[in-house]
Design a protein around this ligand. Structure first.
Ligand SMILES: NC(=O)C1=CN([C@@H]2O[C@H](COP(=O)(O)OP(=O)(O)OC[C@H]3O[C@@H](n4cnc5c(N)ncnc54)[C@H](OP(=O)(O)O)[C@@H]3O)[C@@H](O)[C@H]2O)[C@H](O)CC1
Ligand SMILES: [K+]
Length: 514
C-alpha cells in the first residue's frame, strides 16, 4: 500500500477536484461520513461530544462531522480555535451550515476564553480533534498549544481527524506538542508521519477510510513509500511446487558465529530453515562447530580456523569453493570484530556474484573499510541497527533516529545497496529510491539474537528466488509478525529470539491462508 507525504496528498486532492471534477465539498462530506461511521459506536455511552476545529479544511471536516452527529441526535459542541472570520472555501460552507442549524458553537480566540474552553473540554467524554491536518506547517504556539495541552489532560476519548494535530505528516516529528489520540481516522492513504515515531505514539488505533477518491488519482502519484500489509504479503511468499527437491528452495551459506557468539550461527541457520530454505550450510570456527551440529542438525557444517591473525590459504580455498556452491550468503552474525572477519567479507564480496546479506560484525567490518563495497561482484543487503548505522556513516544516533528514511535512502543510493535500518519502525530502502516502512513488531523483539533471526529469514527468501528488495521487505514483515505472535503468547518481557523463530512457520502459514 502506498504511503504519502502532505504534498502528495494535496496533489491527489487537486487532481480529483480539478481534473476529474469531483467537488471538494463532496470529498469533505465523504470524509466526515467515514469518520462518523468509524466512530459512532464509541458514542453509545457518551453524553457530551466536543469537536475542536481549526480554520482550515481539517476544521471543515470537523464542522461536517458536528452536523452529521447532531442530525443523529448526539449532543455536540463545536469549539473553533482561531479566527473564525478567516474560515473559507469548503470549510466555510460547513461552518455556515452548522451556524444555520444552531449547533452549539464556541470560539477560543484569545486568552479570555481559555476558562470557557477548559470547562467545555473537561465536561465532555469524547473529543474530535480537527484542529490541524496535513496543512500543519510550522511549530505550534500560543492558544493552539494551550488547547492541545488542555485536550490531552481531559478525561475523554480522543479521535483525531486525518492526523493528530501536532504531528508533522511528512516525518512524524512533533511540532511543539500534539493531541494524543486514542484513534485516528485518516483519509484515502496513510500519511508517512502517522507511521514514524514519535508521531506514531500519538495516533492510537489507525483506520484508513475511503472518501471516494478514484484509483486513477492515486495511481498517478509516484510515491516512493509503501507499507507491507497482510493482504499483500501472500503474493510475495515464494511458491512451493509438487515436483521439487531441497535444491529447489535455495542453497544458503551462513557465515556466522565464533567462540564468544556461537549461538548467532544457530539462530541464523535455524531461521533460514524455518523460512523455507532447502539447504543451509554453516561456515563456522572449528572450536565451536559442535554447537551448530547439536542445535541445528539439519545444517551442513563447514569449519575454519581462527588460530592465526589471517585466514589460512586452505580455509580460503574452502570458502571459495562454497561460494561456487551457494545461491546466497548471510555474513556477520556473531562473527567477531577482527581481521579475519574483514578478510572473509572481502573474499565474499569480491568473488560471489549473487546476493548477500551483511549483518552485525559484517557491518562493523564495512564501517572500517567501506571501500570493500566498491569492488564487489554481488548485490548487497545490509541490516544495521541504529548503532551500527551510526558507526557505518559516522552520524550521531539522534540524528539518524530523527531521519531514518533520509539516512537509509542516502546510503542505498550512494552505495547501490538495499538497506534495512532496524528500529521501532524498520525502514527498507532500495537503490532505486523506493522505501518501505514496517508497521509491525513490538518492544519484546529488542532482545539478543533478534537481528540474527531477521538475517536468517531474509537470506532464506533470497535462496528461494526473491530479489533483494522483496526479500528484505518480506523478511522484515515475517520477522515482526512472528515477534507479534510470540508476544501474544508470552508477552513482551520474556520474549527471546527463539520464540520469534518458533512462530515463523505460523506467520507464513496464516499469510497463505493454509
Ligand atoms: N485528503 C483529502 O482528500 C481531504 C482532506 N480534507 C481535509 O483537509 C485537511 C487539509 O486541509 P488544509 O486546509 O490544507 O490544512 P489544515 O486544515 O490542516 O490547516 C491549515 C490551516 O492551519 C494553519 N496553520 C498551519 N500550521 C499552523 C500552526 N503551527 N499554527 C497555527 N496555524 C497553523 C494554516 O495557516 P496559514 O497561516 O499557514 O495559512 C491554515 O489556516 C486534511 O488533513 C483533511 O482533514 C478535506 O476534507 C477534503 C478531502
Ligand atoms: K487533526
Amino acid at each position: 500500500m502506498k504511503v504519502v507525504k502532505s504534498y502528495e496528498m494535496k496533489e491527489i486532492d487537486r487532481y480529483t477536484i480539478e481534473e476529474i471534477g469531483i467537488p471538494g465539498i463532496v470529498l469533505m462530506e465523504n470524509a466526515a461520513m467515514s469518520v462518523v461511521s468509524e466512530t459512532i459506536q464509541l458514542l453509545k455511552e457518551s453524553n457530551n461530544v466536543v469537536i475542536c476545529c481549526g480554520i482550515g479544511n481539517n476544521g471543515g471536516d470537523g464542522f461536517a462531522i458536528g452536523r452529521i452527529l447532531s442530525c443523529n441526535n448526539v449532543k455536540v459542541s463545536i469549539i473553533i480555535i482561531g479566527d473564525s472570520s478567516k474560515i473559507k472555501g469548503d470549510a466555510k460552507i460547513n461552518y455556515d451550515i452548522a451556524r444555520q442549524l444552531n449547533i452549539d458553537i464556541h470560539e477560543f480566540y484569545d486568552d479570555k476564553q481559555i476558562d470557557e474552553f477548559k470547562n467545555i473540554v473537561n465536561d465532555c467524554d469524547v473529543i474530535y480533534d480537527a484542529i490541524f491536518g496535513t496543512g500543519l506547517c510550522r511549530e505550534i504556539t500560543g492558544k493552539y498549544l494551550e488547547a492541545i495541552k488542555i485536550i490531552n489532560r481531559a478525561n475523554a476519548y480522543r479521535i483525531a481527524i486525518d492526523i493528530p494535530s501536532g504531528v508533522n505528516s511528512d516525518d512524524g516529528q512533533i511540532l511543539g506538542d500534539s493531541v494524543c489520540a486514542d484513534k485516528t481516522v485518516t483519509f484515502c492513504l496513510p500519511k508517512v508521519g502517522l507511521l514514524l515515531y514519535p508521531g506514531a505514539n500519538y495516533v492510537g488505533d489507525l483506520v484508513v477510510t475511503d472518501i471516494g477518491i478514484p484509483n486513477i488519482s492515486v495511481e498517478r502519484i509516484n510515491s516512493h513509500t509503501t507499507i507491507m500489509d497482510d493482504n499483500l504479503a501472500r503474493y510475495f511468499i515464494p511458491n512451493r511446487v509438487k515436483m521439487s527437491h531441497k535444491g529447489s528452495y535455495g542453497k544458503v551459506l551462513v557465515i556466522a558465529g565464533t567462540s564468544k557468539m556461537s549461538g548467532a550461527a544457530v539462530l541464523t541457520s535455524l531461521s533460514a530453515y524455518r523460512t523455507g530454505a532447502g539447504l543451509v550450510k554453516t561456515f563456522i570456527e572449528e572450536s565451536v562447530s559442535s554447537v551448530v551440529t547439536t542445535k541445528v542438525p539439519e545444517a551442513v557444517v563447514e569449519t575454519y580456523s581462527r588460530a592465526d591473525i589471517n585466514i589460512s590459504n586452505e580455509d580460503k580455498e574452502k570458502l571459495l569453493e562454497m561460494l561456487g556452491w551457494a545461491d546466497t550468503i548471510a555474513i556477520g552474525p556473531g562473527l567477531g570484530n577482527d581481521n579475519i572477519t574483514r578478510e572473509i567479507l572481502e573474499i565474499v564480496i569480491s568473488n560471489f556474484n549473487k546476493t548477500i546479506v551483511v549483518d552485525a560484525d559484517g557491518i562493523n567490518a564495512l564501517s572500517k573499510d567501506k571501500e570493500i563495497l566498491n569492488n564487489r561482484k554481488c548485490e548487497v543487503i545490509i541490516t544495521p541497527h541504529l548503532g551500527e548505522m551510526s558507526r557505518l556513516i559516522d552520524y550521531d544516533i539522534g540524528e539518524i533516529t530523527n531521519n531514518t528514511i533520509k539516512v537509509a535512502v542516502e546510503l542505498s543510493k550512494n552505495y547501490k545497496i538495499t538497506c534495512v535500518l532496524k528500529s521501532a519502525r524498520t525502514i527498507i530502502s532500495s537503490p532505486n529510491g523506493m522505501v518501505n516502512i514496517n508497521i509491525y513488531g513490538n518492544s519484546g523483539m529488542a532482545t539478543a539474537g533478534s537481528g540474527d533471526v531477521l538475517t536468517g529469514i531474509i537470506v532464506s527468501l533470497l535462496g528461494q528466488g526473491l530479489n533483494a528488495s522483496d526479500a528484505a521487505i518480506l523478511g522484515v514483515y515475517i520477522h515482526s509478525k512472528a515477534g507479534d505472535k510470540a508476544k501474544d503468547d508470552k508477552g513482551e518481557h520474556g520474549l527471546i529470539a527463539n520464540d520469534i523463530i518458533c512462530n515463523i512457520p505460523y506467520v507464513i502459514k496464516s499469510s497463505l491462508n493454509e
